[in-house]
Write a protein of this length. Structure first.
Ligand code: PHE
Length: 366
């Protein structure tokens, strides 16, 4: 019996003396573990007479519960003091200044697309998209460039393996196939039949086999298309003059419309903006030089017909502009290839704040 009371006082003593959770667990193992002191007592029961075993067994069980309860209480005390100690040692000083964080910036291509969209958005254009992997019909045939037409050679095309049904496929060489995709859209055709108009811009990626300081195999264009019953060449001119003056932020920027040829427009014009060179530096505005920035024209009746509309009723204009090129001109970026190098130092220098959306009232390129 004295054995029992010694074990009891030792066990309870060890529990209350445990200074932290690890020591408490060691005390638990020493008492209730496989080789623990109380566990040892239960092992002696087998050798006892039944009467004695019942009596002693009940006492051992009582002791076990008592020790378990003491462990539980001590554990509660120790964990709350551990938490309190942690709260004290890990105090956060909210008055300290924040650590400087790297801020992302917008790539000039994305910025210029947003600027272009802001300007044309004010003129009632909406943004349209099409696939980069385009079928030969949308990229060429619909646009009045039939198979074997020499104009197919003007665009150094990446051809892809044909689709399972034999459809020839290319990486689109321009954004013009989206003209066809949009005119063919049934909702658009219904809107036109109801007397409405179609005005879209198509900023996106385009591909040609070409690579030097002013050409990359992947580049960007923005297409424009207006179709209704009355839009004429005067609207084309006015629209592009307004756009270029707003985009380059030069109010009296001179534009030159040069007769040109595209299979999908008639008449066609290439558009140059005025500029001058001083000490090797380019200045956009009135001067003695010209820079070509886009192709344009009145949509060819064959294109309108190919897209399911009657050219006797509908007409309009289209244009296509190199986004990379106008970005280089506006922001003085000397090498086109640097756009696609993903050099963080370059991006920090030429990038734009992601939080300032270009607008005609707030300012475009800030
Ligand atoms: N798609 C032509 C090109 O890539 C540009 C263009 C578009 C010309 C629309 C006229 C009308 O060169």
């Amino acid at each position: 019996m004295s054995d029992l009371s010694t074990i009891r006082s030792e066990a309870l003593g060890a529990v209350s003396a445990a200074a932290d959770l690890a020591a408490l667990d060691a005390a638990r193992v020493a008492v209730l573990g496989k080789k623990g002191s109380v566990t040892g007592l239960t092992k002696t029961l087998g050798a006892m007479a039944p009467e004695q075993r019942r009596e002693f067994g009940a006492k051992v069980n009582e002791l076990k519960s008592e020790v378990e309860a003491a462990l539980e209480v001590r554990k509660g005390t120790l964990s709350s003091s551990a938490l309190a100690a942690k709260l004290v040692s890990e105090k956060v000083d909210v008055s300290l200044p924040t650590r400087p964080e790297g801020q992302g910036s917008l790539h000039p291509i994305g910025q210029v697309m947003d600027e272009v969209a802001a300007i044309f958005g004010e003129m009632g254009f909406t943004w349209a998209d099409g696939p980069d992997i385009e079928d030969d019909w949308h990229n060429f045939t619909a646009l009045n460039i039939p198979p074997d037409h020499p104009a197919r050679q003007m665009q150094d095309t990446f051809y892809l393996p044909s689709r399972a049904d034999g459809t020839p496929v290319v990486l689109r060489t321009h954004t013009s196939p989206v003209q066809a995709r949009t005119m063919l859209n049934k909702n658009v055709q219904k809107r036109l039949a109801d007397g409405g108009s179609l005005r879209i811009i198509v900023p996106g990626r385009t591909y040609r086999i070409d690579s030097d300081a002013t050409h990359t195999p992947m580049f960007h264009q923005v297409e424009g298309l207006v179709i209704d019953r009355a839009t004429h060449m005067g609207h084309l001119k006015g629209c592009l003059v307004d756009f270029c003056r707003a985009f380059f932020e030069v109010d009296d920027l001179p534009l030159r419309f040069r007769p040109s040829y595209f299979p999908f427009t008639e008449p066609s014009a290439e558009v140059d903006i005025g500029c001058s060179w001083k000490d090797g530096e380019l200045r956009i505005g009135a001067g003695d030089s010209w820079l070509e920035i886009l192709g344009s024209g009145m949509v060819h009746p064959n294109v309108i017909r190919n897209c399911g509309l009657d050219p006797a009723i509908y007409q309009g204009f289209a244009f296509g502009m190199g986004i990379d090129r106008i970005a280089m001109l506006k922001y003085g970026i000397p090498d086109l290839r640097s756009f696609f190098d993903s050099d963080l130092r370059w991006l920090r220098h030429y990038g734009f704040s992601a939080l300032e959306w270009p607008s005609l009232t707030g300012g475009l390129g800030r």
